[in-house]
Design a binder for this molecule. Structure first.
Ligand code: 4AD
Ligand code: MG
Length: 464
């Protein structure tokens, strides 16, 4: 089917030429025998205006041009007398490819986010979700381009795994067994020997452990894929299925790691400003009036680099001065999102890379500092979002890593392959994980993570 995409139609200036466009009716209005259709085909946030005279079309066809209907329009490209658009199309033929009656769930403008989640299969057709999803695509392209240009290899890590990278026990099990009739041993434990993989396996929470195998061979790699967490966190920042980008680099120390985290995020934000202008302007107008200003702001700032211990001191000082937090923040506590946001939004008013966390609140693989108490973590905290990146230098010493694994009572047999990186030719290395949807939240100004992925998976919700 020969057609001009709306994005290209709007750029054309060969007025008088014939043009064919196809798309969905956003709105139709008419007066004095003339009708105007705003047609959108998803190629851009902008609609092309179709102008037709009632007398040239049969009444039945005109009646079927309703909000949501899909049309093929053949007409003449003309200069538009209306302001805000250079061209429009004078319709000669209109074919209704798909009718749309008044049960269409996106009839009315201004539907709530909650309502739109119940029709997530249709919401990509709204202006806002169109903008978000085009930006999401662009961010994926930015990420691949960044790493490719910086000599990182795209490394594919498995989704089904027997190891719990973060050690938090939030994994979704994968089995082909009949759950109503499980084989158990004498102690009543499930016997996995006759399950598909012959052992207990689950969906991955992170590709990092396998990513480290890639980095200690190829030098620097990144993963970009879905990850799964069965945490019962009903928050605007958590999904049960989310996408993560995990670069891992041999011969990186903490300084190198923080520099990469900052440069990488800024590159993505700049990419959005350079390549998603129309969609950002739309979101800036409709969703968050300070969006573009905030994105530009991040590019100008040097991120603050703040050891956890100093962060706690700032929070304690704030409490002394009357600031109220819901959760405690003594040295040793994991920071809640309210603490992170206080530091970023109120105290420093710019992104913060927090470093050197107490080892008790972080994962087993992080490099221990000389003090024996803190680990070389490097999380990036962002305005509106809180933690957007979790990263660390990795413990490269076999003995120290083993000691930590033992201390935590983890099963060493299952991690032998991982420990082999430290057994043979171990090297200093580091890496981080960026939550893709949290990046999209920041770049779009949206408030809820359920609204920046086409089909969100959250506790008690696996629709579509
Ligand atoms: O901090 P996390 O748990 O770190 C890791 O998984 C490391 N293995 C990463 C690495 O060093 N290679 O997760 C990394 C990021 C978080 O900072 C957050 O942005 C995002 O993943 N994230 C989530 N995003 C949406 N929903 C959830 N439930 C998330 N959990 C983590
Ligand atoms: Mg984290």
């Amino acid at each position: 089917m020969k057609r001009t995409k709306v994005i290209d139609a709007l750029k054309r200036t060969d007025f008088g030429s014939e043009i064919t466009v196809m798309g969905w009716v956003r709105s139709k209005r008419g007066s004095k025998g003339i009708f105007f259709i705003a047609l959108n085909d998803g190629s851009t946030i902008k609609n092309v205006q179709i102008v037709g005279e009632d007398q040239h079309f049969d009444e039945e066809t005109v009646k079927l041009i309703t909000t949501g209907a899909c049309l093929k329009v053949v007409g003449t490209l003309v200069e538009s007398p209306a302001s805000g658009q250079a061209s429009e199309i004078q319709a000669k033929e209109i074919e209704v490819l798909g009718e749309c009656d008044n049960t269409y769930p996106l009839q009315k403008k201004g539907a709530s986010w909650e309502y739109l989640r119940t029709v997530a299969h249709m919401r990509p057709r709204t202006n806002t979700f169109g903008a978000i999803l085009r930006i999401r695509h662009n961010m994926a392209m930015a990420i691949h381009t960044y790493f490719h240009e910086h000599g990182f290899y795209y490394f594919h890590t498995p989704l089904i795994t027997a190891s719990d990278c973060e050690g938090a026990g939030n994994m979704f099990q994968v089995t082909t067994k009949n759950l109503y009739d499980l084989k158990k041993d004498d102690e009543g434990k499930i016997d996995y020997s006759d399950d598909f993989f012959g052992e207990q396996v689950a969906l991955t929470v992170s590709g990092q452990l396998e990513g480290e195998l890639g980095a200690t061979a190829l030098g620097q790699i990144y993963t970009f894929g879905p990850t799964f967490r069965a945490e019962n966190s009903n928050t605007p920042r958590h999904l049960a299925e989310f996408w993560m980008i995990e670069p891992e680099m041999a011969f990186y120390d903490k300084q190198d790691l923080m520099d990469l985290e900052e440069d990488f995020i800024k590159y993505c934000v700049r990419w959005a400003l350079d390549n998603c202008r129309d969609d950002l302007e739309f979101l800036n107008k409709m969703v968050d009036k300070t969006l573009i200003e905030r994105l530009e702001g991040v590019l100008k700032e040097d991120f603050v680099r703040l050891p956890y211990t100093e962060g706690i001191e700032i929070l304690q000082e704030a409490i002394k001065n009357g600031k109220k937090f819901e959760f405690p923040c003594q040295w040793g506590d994991d920071l809640a999102s309210e603490h992170e946001r206080y530091l970023v939004e109120e105290h420093f008013k710019k992104p913060v890379i927090m470093t050197d966390y107490p080892k008790e609140i972080k994962a087993f693989y992080m490099k221990l500092n000389e003090d024996g108490k803190t680990m070389q973590g490097t999380d990036v905290l962002f305005p509106q979002i809180g933690e957007i990146i979790g990263g660390s230098v990795r413990e490269e010493s076999y003995d120290k890593l083993m000691a930590e694994i033992d201390r935590r009572g983890m099963e060493t047999e299952k991690l032998q392959w991982y420990l082999d990186t430290r057994r043979w030719g171990s090297c200093p290395h580091a890496g981080f994980g960026l939550g893709f949807e949290r990046l999209i939240l920041f770049v779009t100004g949206m408030q809820n993570i359920r609204d920046v992925i086409p089909f969100p998976r959250t506790p008690k919700n696996c629709m579509f």
